[in-house]
Design a protein around this ligand. Structure first.
Ligand code: GDP
Ligand code: IMO
Ligand code: MG
Length: 443
């Protein structure tokens, strides 16, 4: 079926850096304009924080639209830890929210065996470890690609036990054969617990691709919520220091089961600076008091693992690349408040390598770790006065230096800023008029 030819009804929201850009906040903010919010990749490595008045939610698997009354969907491209999902659904319901959820029967299941494999693989890498979240993400995606993974539909089938036993046999070959370690998981108990949790979720399991396709065909508005970030993408990121899924906008189609023409508009989220958790090159990383100041003011500690995030300045070489590989037209810039009070803000405009200027993002992490960022200093801003008026959401009264920073970034990367975030709460969000429908006041 053709996608509807009238105004675009879908939007993909992706991270443009190394994750934790504030996607959860942005999706929650935009979700009131959408009927359905869909996760299409990643798993419990994601931690999307939403601050609603008194409550802070840190969602790992549920799409962030769940707190705005949207129907939420976990697509086939997501890897699902049944226990975490069940607990998350129960927690959100206990806080008084309805959870209308569709879970893909095709999604692969993260089991305790994958989690053991994650630890073994990291240990085997020694000093070259990735610094994963240890949630079993890599092994679950690799069991999927290797065609011995276990899916939601397998564990809900009448012969689930036989399918599980075949899966355990394949893991045993990995753990005992490759790593020469004993399987440290009670496989009977793991089967029981995965199956019990999925049985509890069974009424929500179905053909999520058909659900999303029907919603779009009928003109309902669908938001696709990315996890991780472009520089962690398995193809486009700083390989091998990446996650194991495609995090870019195109994955919204494959990770959901709708055609690419349904994925019409892309909004990329970036911080006004950058952070990274885990290992891998980060050209604009800064240390010492400047990094500590950003980390403390921005609460830059991992949502999933609590690790301190590495901090650095905005890298426009990487951002231009991320805008290109996602087809981003709109930007949401977050955490502008964290830089408030600085006299000037460094932004990296190009790299230098062995006396040569580099303006493209290199594929080789060895090259990326040797480049020297070339900075320009932009005038800093103060939001103290502006933030005191918590009802202020007017772009035109923001400090001119902040608007100048935004304009500079837009011109460098060729995309328009639709939203500016100046605090974790919903009210600390400024819409830039006339950029796109849902970001326009009174849309
Ligand atoms: P995500 O993984 O992209 O959803 O981002 P995380 O939730 O992991 O990390 C972003 C953190 O910054 C969360 O603690 C948010 O509550 C917080 N946050 C989001 N936007 C802003 C902002 O504009 N200012 C400040 N100070 N905090 C923000
Ligand atoms: P959200 O959705 C930040 C990082 C890990 C590690 C690498 C691989 O909250 O932005 P994995 O466990 O996926 O195999 O780890 O990717 N990582 C994230 N960093 N935000 C995330 O998600 C991340 N998910 C994975 O720290 O470096
Ligand atoms: Mg996060």
């Amino acid at each position: 079926m053709e996608p509807p030819s009238n105004a675009p009804r879908s939007l993909v929201v992706v991270g443009l850096q190394y994750g934790d850009e504030g996607k959860g906040k942005v999706v929650d903010y935009l979700a009131r304009h959408f009927d359905v919010v869909v996760r299409f990749q990643g798993g419990t490595n994601a931690g999307h924080t939403i601050v609603t008045g008194d409550h802070t939610f840190k969602l790992r698997l549920l799409p962030s639209g769940v707190l705005q009354g949207c129907t939420v969907v976990i697509g086939n491209g997501v890897v699902v830890d049944p226990q975490t999902l069940r607990e998350e659904v129960e927690h959100v319901r206990a806080q008084g929210f309805d959870v209308e959820l569709v879970i893909s029967e095709r999604a692969h299941v993260i089991t305790p065996l994958h989690i053991q494999l994650d630890a073994l693989r990291e240990a085997a890498r020694g000093t070259g470890k990735v610094g994963t979240t240890r949630r079993g993400i890599g092994p679950t995606y690799s069991s999927k690609s290797s065609r011995w993974g276990i899916r939601v539909c397998d564990l809900l089938a009448p012969d689930a036990r036989a399918r599980w036993d075949a899966f355990v046999g394949a893991v045993r070959t990995q753990v005992e054969g490759v790593h020469s370690e004993p399987l440290a998981v009670d496989t009977d108990e793991a089967f029981r617990s995965c199956r019990d949790d999925l049985e509890a979720l069974r009424p929500m399991v179905g053909d999520s691709g058909r659900f999303v396709h029907t919603a779009l065909s009928e003109g309902r508005r669908v938001l696709f919520e990315g996890a991780q970030g472009t520089l962690l993408d398995i193809d486009h990121g700083t390989y091998p220091y990446v996650t194991s899924s495609n995090c870019v906008a195109a994955a919204a189609a494959t990770g959901t089961g709708v055609g690419p023409l349904f994925v019409s508009r892309v909004l990329g989220v970036l911080k006004a600076y950058m952070t990274r958790v885990g290992m891998g090159p980060f050209p604009t990383e800064t240390n010492g008091t400047q990094a500590d100041r950003i980390r403390e003011r921005g609460h830059e500690y991992g949502t999933v693992t609590g690790r301190p995030r590495r901090c650095g300045w905005l890298d426009l070489v990487a951002l231009r690349y991320a805008v290109r590989v996602n087809g981003v037209r709109y930007l949401a810039v977050t955490k502008a408040d964290v830089l408030s009070g600085m006299e000037t803000i460094p932004v990296c405009v190009s790299y230098e390598l062995d006396g040569e200027e580099l303006t493209d993002f290199p594929a080789d992490p060895a090259v990326l770790s040797r480049v020297r960022p070339v900075y320009t200093e932009l005038p800093g801003w103060s939001l103290e006065e502006w933030c005191a008026d918590t009802t202020a959401t007017d772009y035109t009264v923001l400090p001119p230096e902040l608007r100048g920073f935004v304009r500079y970034v837009e011109e460098c990367v060729g995309a328009r800023t639709a939203l500016l975030s100046v605090g974790p709460g919903r009210s600390a969000t400024v819409r830039v008029p006339g950029v796109f429908e849902e970001a326009t006041p009174h849309a």
